[in-house]
Design a protein. Structure first.
Length: 275
């Protein structure tokens, strides 16, 4: 395991955990082309129940050394708390935060992140211990990104680019990523989970399409309606984005091509550069 602040509360069990342990390229049955409908507003009581009931999960307070705080009941709180997820999902979280550190290195180190929840005692990916809700990231250089404060809708273009850069890093490691453009339930956090792996961009995915539309609008001024429908205008805008980034290959079928494209989007976003 990656750090010494992790404790174990049992072996990973269940179909979702087995699929995660089998490898990140496994496609969860029935999820390859449909977005999940997720209730993500976790209460403090649900999180406390999760701490007591996560017997098949591992417990952590930091991700690869970076503290993870909870602000929903006390904004600015820096008390470490116990979070739970499966072993496989924690490994993906480590890969994710290392990606984030690398791609945002000009901001300095990551001081901390804030989450609304990982494992929560309810149905779906959260209940399987394979989901994260990201509220806030702070870097040592002073920069922040705060989905909790609805930064996707900021009037500052640089902040919107930074939000999309952060989301792009999430999409490198997690298949379903739901953001503020996806629906009102996700206006105050970015949800990431294991459903429907491997990572790719799918034209019949509402979340993927809205992300592409938001990227094209904010980095290239494409003027697309962010409606989740992959029509002619979105295809043309995506082709232009892909060409401008120098991406070859098919990001609809190749995880490595899509991940490389996401890295380039993130690099531009953290640098506040158009594409």
């Amino acid at each position: 395991m990656f750090e010494n602040n992790v404790t174990r509360r049992g072996f990973v069990t269940g179909a979702a955990a087995v699929a995660g342990l089998a490898g990140l390229s496994t496609i969860a049955p029935g999820l390859a082309s449909a977005d999940p409908k997720i209730a993500d507003q976790h209460t403090e009581a649900e999180l406390r129940a999760s701490e007591a009931g996560a017997l098949a999960m591992m417990t952590f307070q930091k991700i690869d050394g970076t503290p993870v705080y909870y602000w929903r009941s006390n904004r600015g709180n820096t008390t470490l708390r116990n979070w739970q997820c499966t072993d496989a999902f924690y490994n993906a979280l480590v890969a994710w935060i290392r990606d984030l550190r690398s791609l945002s290195s000009s901001y300095g180190s990551i001081s901390y992140i804030v989450s609304a929840g990982f494992y929560v005692d309810k149905p779906g990916q959260h209940g399987a211990g394979t989901a994260m809700d990201l509220d806030h990231v702070r870097w040592s250089g002073g920069n922040t990104i705060s989905p909790l404060d609805k930064h996707h809708a900021s009037t500052n273009a640089a902040i919107r680019k930074r939000y999309l850069a952060t989301e792009a890093v999430c999409r490198r490691r997690f298949r379903y990523v739901l953001d503020g453009w996806y629906n009102a339930d996700h206006a105050d956090h970015i949800h990431s989970d294991f459903g429907g792996l491997p990572v790719r961009v799918l034209k019949d995915s509402e979340s993927d399409t809205k992300f592409v539309q938001a990227v094209c609008n904010n980095f290239r001024g494409s003027g697309l309606v962010i409606d989740g429908i992959w029509g002619t205008n979105t295809q043309n805008a995506f082709n232009g984005l892909k060409s401008a980034l120098g991406v070859t290959g098919d990001p609809h079928t190749s995880s490595s091509v899509w991940q490389a494209m996401l890295s380039k989007i993130a690099t531009k976003g953290f640098a506040n550069q158009n594409i």
